[in-house]
Design a protein around this ligand. Structure first.
Ligand code: C2E
Ligand code: MG
Ligand code: MG
Ligand code: MG
Length: 287
């Protein structure tokens, strides 16, 4: 029979909890260091139109850890959110994304690309968020029409009025907004009418089980129809097969993102694939 501590938990269980806490604490410490020492890196995943032309990219942060190797955001964004490190991290993403857009501005073949950046709720809720964005845009001489910010529905849970105000302020300056992972949150559909949105992103969960011949999942079809009726663009996330692409095209989706068209890669890899291919060609980014 397992010996129990005074709190009634078996010793082994308590040990596992302590290990986990220690692991989180050291990740937090290392992440703090990483943000200040250039260990973060933005990967870009192409977004393509019906002709497989790259029209833009989503920036996805990666952590190039000196010992642990490449760490994906699913592992450290939650820790960053809990500890508040998401604020400096998010600001780094904004800086780096705008720096890229500033570079592309001078490169024919890249200057028309749209760049999407993910923004956390906590980051967006900073009172001076809009001012931060505008000052970074100015600093890097970015054409603001090229910048899209991806928000999630959870933003609307706590402060819908403040959210709308901030979005309007940025939209007024040319910045666009996409609602990410659409359909997985809890927001009221009524907000869709009042948010200054440009794009809905269909979550990968609703793309995964689309297949030719099968009845398209009613959710993907509904999201696309909803977007069309509201005059919004739709981006399908996580498109991995040609069947999925065809079903989405039949439903009226025009922009695709997923392994079928390209995995997230370095900015250098993305731009050379696009440039080598020539302005009218189809960059071959899928591996
Ligand atoms: P997200 O914004 O919904 O990004 C899409 C995720 O789907 C990315 O995972 C991407 O690599 C993955 N993906 C794209 N195409 C496919 C596909 O065909 N198949 C499959 N199975 N997956 C695909 P990633 O890069 O691991 O990012 C995960 C999440 O981390 C993102 O989800 C986003 O919520 C968050 N994230 C990433 N970068 C940032 C950032 O800079 N700031 C913030 N706040 N969050 C970020
Ligand atoms: Mg996203
Ligand atoms: Mg998403
Ligand atoms: Mg997602």
């Amino acid at each position: 029979e397992a010996k129990r501590q005074r709190d009634g938990k078996p010793r082994l269980f308590q040990q596992a909890q302590e290990d986990e806490l220690e692991e989180r604490l050291s990740l937090e410490r290392e992440l703090r260091h990483a943000i200040d020492h250039n260990e973060l890196c933005l990967y870009l995943q192409p977004q393509v139109d019906a002709d497989r032309q790259v029209i833009g990219a989503e920036a996805l942060v990666r952590w190039q850890h000196p010992e642990r190797g490449m760490i994906s955001p699913g592992h450290f964004i939650p820790i960053a959110e809990e500890t508040g490190l998401i604020l400096p991290l998010g600001h780094w993403v904004l800086q780096e994304g705008c720096r890229l857009l500033g570079e592309w501005r001078h490169v024919p073949g890249l200057q028309g690309l749209q760049l999407s950046l993910n923004v956390s709720v906590r980051q967006f809720q900073q009172p001076d968020f809009a001012d931060q964005v505008l000052s970074v845009i100015q600093q890097h001489d970015v054409p603001s029409e090229r910048l899209t910010l991806e928000l999630t529905e959870s933003l609307l849970l706590s402060d819908p009025e403040g959210t709308i105000k901030k979005m309007q302020q940025l939209q007024h300056e040319g910045v666009s907004f996409a609602l990410d992972d659409f359909g997985t949150g809890y927001s009221s559909l009524a907000y869709l009418k009042v948010l200054p949105l440009d794009t809905l992103k269909i979550d990968i969960a609703f793309v995964r089980d689309l297949a030719l011949g099968m009845q398209a999942t009613p959710i993907a079809a509904t999201i696309i129809a909803l977007a069309q009726s509201l005059g919004l663009r739709v981006v399908a996330e996580g498109v991995e097969t040609d069947d999925q692409r065809l079903v989405l095209a039949q439903l009226g989706c025009h922009i695709y993102q997923g392994f079928l068209f390209g995995r997230p890669c370095t900015a250098a890899a993305l731009s050379s694939a696009i440039l080598e291919d020539g302005p009218a060609g189809h960059a071959n980014l899928a591996q």
